[in-house]
Ligand binder design. Sequence first.
Ligand code: PLP
Length: 419
Amino acid sequence: TASLAEIDPAVAAALDAERDRQRDTLEMIASENFAPLSVMQAQGSVATNKYAEGYPGRRYYGGCQHVDVIESLAISRVCGLFGAAYANVQPHSGAQANAAVLFGLLQHGDTILGLDLAHGGHLTHGMRLSYSGKAFDAVAYHVDATGSVDMEEVAALARERRPKLIIAGWSAYPRQLDFAAFRAIADEIGAYLWVDMAHFAGLVAAGVHPNPVPHAHVVTSTTHKTLGGPRGGIVLTNDPDIAKKIDRAVFPGLQGGPLEHVIAAKAVSFLIAAGDDFADRQRRTLRGARIIADRLTQPDVAAEGVRVLTGGTDVHLLLVDLVASTLDGKQAEDRLHEVGITVNRNSVPNDPRPPMVTSGLRIGTPALATRGFGDEAFAVVADVIAEALRADLPVERIAELRATVAELASAHPLYENVL
Ligand code: PLP
């Protein structure tokens, strides 16, 4: 019954410090968000104690009647949210959900076609050191000179390399994909189309981004990015045969006991994602990203050498191109850190600088929108970022910008505005 602070002061202190960091700085890592207290409450619950190998109604352990209710709720809610007939809510992470697709639908050595990591793809879409690149023959498509996915290259590579599966999805891309065009290419060569909507699932749930579910054979997502739930993964499909293959691939293929406490938290987050407040949050997320992209593309505002890839954004993030700036990605990330804004550096297509340095930044608005930021506050953030990226910024301005950031943070208290 002793508290965490009494039993383990070291971990308790680090958690307190992490909470303060989240509260006192502006979180703009595009893949991060703040999970609501109700979600964290479900995750920190007694369901953490339960083994439940199998699926609701078909378990290999006794005493599963209550976790069956929880998992069934999660399944029916997520199916309703995205208009899917089948869902597996057990993957421990996005990478596990993606593994279930590849190992469930393909044989080792089969060819897959996905967006190059250096052009915005994800590790699990065929990167050499990931299971996806080791167990499969991974071919990559790219973005063209405008920064948009080159659908002609996708079609040409599909015809030439005959992949068994085509992946549409990204971790660092500021535009929407044409799911129907991807499906037409997949159908032409008899391949599966898998959409990984990890980044934009929250936008889809809110109806402010096209839904890939009607177009794809299978869709995966994380639950902790724009969707705003606990860390974890899901797989959706409308095809009963694919659903069976995915279920078998998740358990017993890749995982043992499901994390029913996380599944409880997923269920809560799906309920929240169906509400009006959530939709408003996703609209503020989109507008915030556009406001920042607009500021950074205005010649009189943007620092020298700072550009925005594709000239703007349709989603919750923008990609800053620093190829022509004397600040590299690492220096820019450090500069924003100094003023109290957390982002991550990111390679841009054909980046001349090495991967640990890069020539880009990925800036996202979901976490701030969850904190209650609206257009006015995002406009202030946009000005701070634009000024902070000046290579010749005087030292005394850094402290002033940090003070502006601190004011914004305290005007949007963490966990007061989070549903
Ligand atoms: N898919 C995409 C598109 C992602 O961006 C990510 C995470 O960055 C993942 C999958 C993997 O999710 P996780 O980190 O939960 O394994």
